[in-house]
Structures are given as structure tokens and as C-alpha cells.
Design a protein around this ligand. Structure first.
Ligand code: DGL
Length: 273
């Protein structure tokens, strides 16, 4: 059995490329359709209804292109729109919160877990619930919104004094806490991982395990497709096509560092929601 249909991946902007990169690593035979809703990024400071409406339209766009699964590679959309949207389609619709919450609970020795994300993700409480479902029922995770990280990542500002100053301001919320694991609860943040890890180490005076959703989510997708016998077995001609709701060239320029290669086949589309 082989299923040649592509996997759809969706984020508000370039952040979901961190998940796309992990998918390409774990599932090199799979073709991918990526949708970045770049005209409306950021989602993280919008209200629940707006985020749900945007996410619903984005998932529908990908499903209508005959994908065999959709990865909601955006924590904000995963927090507000799942499982609601997943129930509307027959193919697997997989979010990024549960995979990394499970990984964090498995990796934390003390059970003290920190979460950083957009304002909306933190406010939703989705990580608190996911971490509890993963078995960490006694210690409530410590959460900190970091709204300026998304525009910095979208601008390609990932290191240097300004990023360090912003990171210090946000991450000082964890100073003196017992966290041994920090979840990057936004798919844009892995681009700032070096700065985040070093700043946290400086503030805490010890190292903290920093986890992002990309690897854990890719493993989930692999398992979901394996269960459905929907993996593509052919070892050639896997393609990646990108759709964006704003200017393609800007997306290609900003996205290239996420994949360490130029982004080809970027098309502009309009989402009807
Ligand atoms: N990358 C997204 C996330 O994981 C969204 C960032 C945003 O649009 O605010 O939350």
C-alpha cells in the first residue's frame, strides 16, 4: 500500500517551516503542501473566534487540495481550533501541542515545566491541560507569553543585543523557579533557540532542557500515517509546494534560513473565510 497524496502543513507565517523541516527529515518520501497565512500573521494576539475562523479556512484550503493529513503547525491555532476542526474531516488533523507536552513530561525529572508562547496560546490554557493529560498532574506549568518573538523571527532577527534584551525581559519570569524543561510553545521560536537557551542559562545559573514541537510532531504524523497504512513508499519525486496569502518573495526570503535552502514553488493564494 502506498498513498501518494501530500501532507498539508499550515501556520500563520514562516514558523511552521520548523515542523516542515522535521517532517522532511523523518518522512523524506512524502510530498508536502505548506500554507502560510502571511497576510494575517500574527495570530497570537487575536481573539479566539478570529483564530478559529482563520484556522478553519486554512485547513479547508489544504483538504480541498486532496491532502492525506493536515498538520496544524501553529500552537495558537492548535490551542483554539483543535479538536473542533479535526472532528469535521475524515483525514487526520494533527496539532503541535500534545506531542511536545508528552515529550516534556517524559523528559522532565523534577516535573517543573516552563512554557513560552503567544499571548493567545498562554491564555488558552491548552498547555496546562495537555501537560496534565500527559501525566503531570501535581505541578502546574509556569507560562510566559513572549509576543515580540514572532515579529523578530518573521524579520529574521534571531541573535544579537536586541533579541537578547527582549529574551532577558521575558525569560526573567523563570528566574528562581524550579523548571528543568522549557517548551517553545510557538513554532516561530526554534529560530531563536540559541538566544533563548543561552539567556535562560545565564538567568538561571544552570542549564534547562529546551524542547520544540517539530521533532515530536513529526513522529506523531509518522505514526498516524503508519496506522492508516497511508505512508508513501516511493523513494523519489517527493515535492514541496508553498502557498502564501501575501507576497511570495518575502516569504521565500524569510523562510530560507528555516530550511537552510532557497524556497522554490511559492504561490500566492487568497483564503476565503
Ligand atoms: N507560529 C505560531 C504559533 O505556533 C503563531 C505565531 C503567531 O501567528 O502569532 O503559535
Amino acid at each position: 500500500m502506498t498513498d501518494h497524496r501530500p501532507i498539508g502543513v499550515f501556520d500563520s507565517g514562516v514558523g511552521g517551516l520548523t515542523v516542515l523541516a522535521a517532517l522532511r527529515e523523518v518522512l523524506p518520501n512524502e510530498s508536502l503542501l505548506y500554507l502560510g497565512d502571511t497576510a494575517r500573521v500574527p495570530y497570537g494576539n487575536k481573539g479566539a473566534d478570529t483564530i478559529q475562523r482563520y484556522a478553519r479556512g486554512a485547513v479547508r484550503f489544504l483538504v480541498e487540495r486532496d491532502v492525506k493529513a493536515v498538520v496544524v503547525a501553529c500552537n495558537t491555532a492548535s490551542a483554539y481550533a483543535l479538536p473542533g476542526i479535526a472532528d469535521e474531516w475524515e483525514i487526520p488533523i494533527i496539532g503541535v501541542i500534545e506531542p511536545v507536552a508528552n515529550a516534556a513530561v517524559a523528559s522532565s525529572r523534577s516535573g517543573h515545566i516552563g512554557v513560552i508562547g503567544t499571548r493567545a496560546t498562554v491564555r488558552s490554557g491548552a498547555y496546562v491541560r495537555a501537560i496534565e493529560r500527559a501525566g503531570q498532574t501535581h505541578i502546574v506549568p509556569l507560562q510566559q507569553p513572549c509576543p515580540l518573538f514572532v515579529p523578530l523571527a518573521e524579520e529574521g532577527w534571531t541573535q544579537g543585543p536586541i533579541v537578547e534584551a527582549v529574551a532577558s525581559e521575558y525569560l526573567s519570569a523563570f528566574q528562581g523557579s524550579a523548571i528543568d524543561t522549557l517548551i517553545l510553545g510557538c513554532t516561530h521560536y526554534p529560530l531563536l533557540k540559541v538566544t533563548i537557551t543561552q539567556t535562560l542559562q545565564r538567568l538561571m545559573g544552570r542549564s534547562v532542557e529546551v524542547l520544540d514541537s517539530a521533532t515530536a510532531t513529526a513522529a506523531y504524523v509518522q505514526e498516524a500515517l503508519r496506522r492508516q497504512k497511508a505512508l508513501r513508499q516511493t523513494e523519489s519525486n517527493a515535492s514541496v509546494v508553498y502557498f502564501v496569502t501575501d507576497e511570495p518573495q518575502r516569504f521565500a526570503d524569510t523562510g530560507a534560513p528555516y530550511l537552510n535552502e532557497p524556497l522554490e514553488h511559492v504561490e500566492h493564494i487568497d483564503l476565503v473565510t
